[in-house]
Design a protein around this ligand. Structure first.
Ligand code: GLA
Length: 385
């Protein structure tokens, strides 16, 4: 177990028995690129996680290390200064410490060891798990009482500093997720409620295309955001009270079509329709309608492929292959795009066959070994007993 290794490593190195924090990754059932458009999303926190072992020390240094990815220890002083480091993850901690200092939280020395089993760059939000988990652990170790809402904002700000202009879906899923439920989040006012997602006789499965993305470095994600901002500001020239894409209807969009770039128009249309898909999906989940749930997943996927243009040929292949099989209800790419996992809804009795068929067709087509993860929805960030 990863968390035992993290804890044992901490104890052998620092002697103290640490506070252990589990910070989960997340899936998203539907509602992609709607969060920064003040729209609707339906994510869930999963059992794959990053584990943090933390304990106060009596020095004026914060040390962070992992033995799992790139083994490296990074040490920050209480003003956030540090020696040069190589690990990419170090940038997140650096950004967080800088933000906490700006916000005048009183930092004290502490040691932190982390490790986990969320595959990086696969659309399961390893970076939100990293940021939210670290802030939560630090807040507990130093008695800072940072609320979950505030943690989400700090973690988002850290992503922005590194270069990804993300919304708040990932952070909310990681912080507010609840076992066996999806989190229906309205990103306009950040209200949320829980939706049970069990469909009797059907299983949710993730297939990792093993095409890794780095959204913070590739700017395509940010370009989508810019397109949406352009559209709502143009619509705002013709209508009052337009503050985000959430205030733009399909009719508004059609009216403004002549003054919009064709690509931006397509992007905006996708966002409005994706919000509607979130509402429909909730209705289907609540009434136990697996057929329509599956169809909605597929609509979402092909809209991301053709209109929002954030999938890859490999992800399209995974979905297309499944669509030909009996018992396969639907699937879609998940997360920011350009790689990562698909989320699939499959009849449980046909699951093994279907997954095997998809995986071997994928290997033949691309030469890549895809990985399969069964979906277990677990609680959001918490201290482990
Ligand atoms: C990434 C971002 C999120 C969200 C998704 C796409 O995961 O961090 O804020 O925009 O992409 O839905």
């Amino acid at each position: 177990m990863v968390h035992t290794k993290v804890k044992d490593f901490f104890i052998s190195k620092y002697g103290n028995s640490p506070i252990m924090v589990k910070s989960p990754g997340r899936v998203n059932l539907i509602g992609e690129h709607t969060d920064y458009n003040m729209g609707l999303v339906l994510p869930a926190s999963i059992e794959k996680a990053i584990y943090f072992a933390v304990h106060k020390n009596d020095s004026d240094h914060i040390t962070v290390e992992t033995f799992l990815t790139l083994p490296e220890q990074i040490s920050f002083d209480l003003e956030g200064k540090h020696e040069p480091f190589n690990a990419f993850w170090g940038n997140y901690f650096k950004a967080i410490i800088e933000i906490l200092i700006e916000k005048k939280y009183t930092l004290k020395g502490f040691d932190c060891v982390f490790g986990g089993d969320i595959p990086i760059g696969s659309g399961l939000s390893s970076s939100a798990a990293l940021c939210c988990g670290f802030i939560y652990a630090l807040s507990n170790a130093l008695d800072l009482s940072i609320t979950r809402e505030e943690i989400a904002l700090i973690a988002q700000q850290a992503e922005h500093k590194i270069g990804l202009n993300c919304g708040l879906m990932d952070q909310y899923a990681v912080l507010f997720g609840r076992k066996s439920n999806a989190l229906f989040l309205d990103c306009k006012d950040l209200t949320h409620k829980y939706i049970p997602i069990n469909l009797n006789g059907y299983s949710w499965v993730l297939i990792n295309s093993n095409i890794k993305h780095n959204l913070a470095v590739d700017s395509e994600y940010n370009k989508r955001r810019t397109s949406c901002e352009l559209v709502f500001s143009k619509v705002g020239e013709t209508k009052n009270d337009v503050n985000s894409m959430r205030d733009v209807t399909l009719t508004d969009l059609e009216n403004c079509k002549p003054i919009l770039d064709e690509k931006d128009y397509k992007r905006a249309k996708y966002v409005i329709e994706e919000n509607n898909r979130v509402l429909k999906m909730i209705e289907y989940l609540e009434s136990g309608n697996a057929d329509e749930t599956g169809k909605t997943l597929l609509q979402g996927h092909w809209a991301m492929s053709k209109e929002f243009e954030i999938t890859t040929p490999e992800l399209d292949f995974l979905v297309k292959t499944g669509q030909k099989l009996d018992g396969f209800m639907g699937a879609r790419m998940m997360g920011g795009g350009f790689g990562g996992c698909t989320i699939n809804l499959i009849k449980t009795e046909a699951m093994e066959n279907i997954v095997d068929t998809i995986i071997s067709a994928y290997k033949k087509e691309t030469g890549i070994d895809a990985e399969v993860y069964h979906l277990y929805i677990d609680d959001g960030v918490h201290i482990m007993k």
